[in-house]
Design a protein around this ligand. Structure first.
Ligand SMILES: C[S@@+](CC[C@H](N)C(=O)[O-])C[C@H]1O[C@@H](n2cnc3c(N)ncnc32)[C@H](O)[C@@H]1O
Length: 263
């Protein structure tokens, strides 16, 4: 029997141990349905695509490190647009889909140069150096509400700071970091999370149940239960569910942390 407390505090899909596994995607559940969640990779939401590509081009960026490539959706958009892309992620379950996507595109010469490797933000610079002696990029992107997966295990945000410093180390002088997260200020205030986002083109209804864990008066963890494709009439045949958890970054504090990491 699952109690209400288990539902709220177990911060990952059932079956993933609560300790020793940093990879919330390790059961393959989210990875399997991620494609369904993000929609057709060839039809990214136009204003998101214009925003990202426009800024990269306006700043003369060519070499890009996608530090949270997941199944490869942003990376492929950039490869298609002619950028030189190195894609990394900590989850082999997610990377498996990116590797498969590259294989499926093998007849397109643009995809010959697409590098996909495993790396963790906590050791990012060293990890990238292991397959690329000079990890120095015009831009690092960490998009799709990824960074918030890094939790605050020591309650002083040292792990998050170290990750941001690693992003900075992977940039050429004057390089750009693109990093985003959901509007946690609004999520904390409202206790709700919008189903659709500007990044993805999901054609199914998305319901996200939101749990906010408050410790000592401070929101410390947000658990999101995604339900994709369920219908109101109770037909569950097409329904996909997974659970992910996030650190609720508040914009002012996050901005300060970025300023510190980049001097
Ligand atoms: C929400 S997914 C987004 C993936 C992709 N950017 C997208 O928009 O579809 C978050 C990704 O961040 C990765 N991730 C989480 N923590 C990480 C870490 N410490 N180092 C590297 N990747 C990490 C996860 O494995 C996952 O693939």
């Amino acid at each position: 029997m699952t109690s209400m407390a288990d539902k709220v505090f177990h911060p990952r899909s059932e079956g993933i141990p609560s300790e020793g596994v940093m990879d919330q995607y390790a059961d393959g559940k989210a990875a399997r349905v991620w494609k369904k969640f993000v929609g057709d990779s060839n039809q990214r939401t136009q204003n998101y695509k214009d925003f990202l590509i426009g800024l990269l081009r306006a700043n003369g960026c060519v070499k890009i490190l996608d530090a949270a490539c997941g199944t490869g959706i942003d990376s492929m958009m950039l490869v298609d647009e002619g950028f030189q892309v190195v894609s990394v992620d900590a989850s082999d379950k997610m990377l498996k889909h990116a590797l498969k996507a590259r294989w499926e595109k093998r007849k397109n010469p643009k995809y010959d140069e697409w590098v996909i490797e495993e790396a963790n933000w906590e050791t990012l610079h060293r990890d990238v150096q292991s397959f690329l002696p000079d990890p120095s990029f015009d831009a690092v992107i960490c998009l799709g509400n990824s960074f918030a997966h890094l939790l605050d295990e020591f309650e002083d945000q040292r792990v998050q700071r170290r990750a941001l410093e690693n992003f900075a180390k992977c940039l050429k002088p004057g390089g750009l970091l693109f990093i985003d997260h959901r509007n946690y200020d609004a999520i904390i205030d409202s206790g709700a999370t919008p189903g659709h986002s500007i990044y993805y083109n999901c054609k199914y209804p998305v319901d996200i149940k939101t749990s906010v864990l408050v410790v000592g008066g401070r929101p410390e963890l947000i658990t999101l239960d995604y339900c994709i494709g369920g219908t109101d009439d109770g037909d569950d045949t097409n329904r996909s569910e997974f659970r992910l958890c996030y650190y609720p970054h508040k914009l002012d504090k996050f901005t300060k942390m970025l300023d510190e990491a980049f001097g």
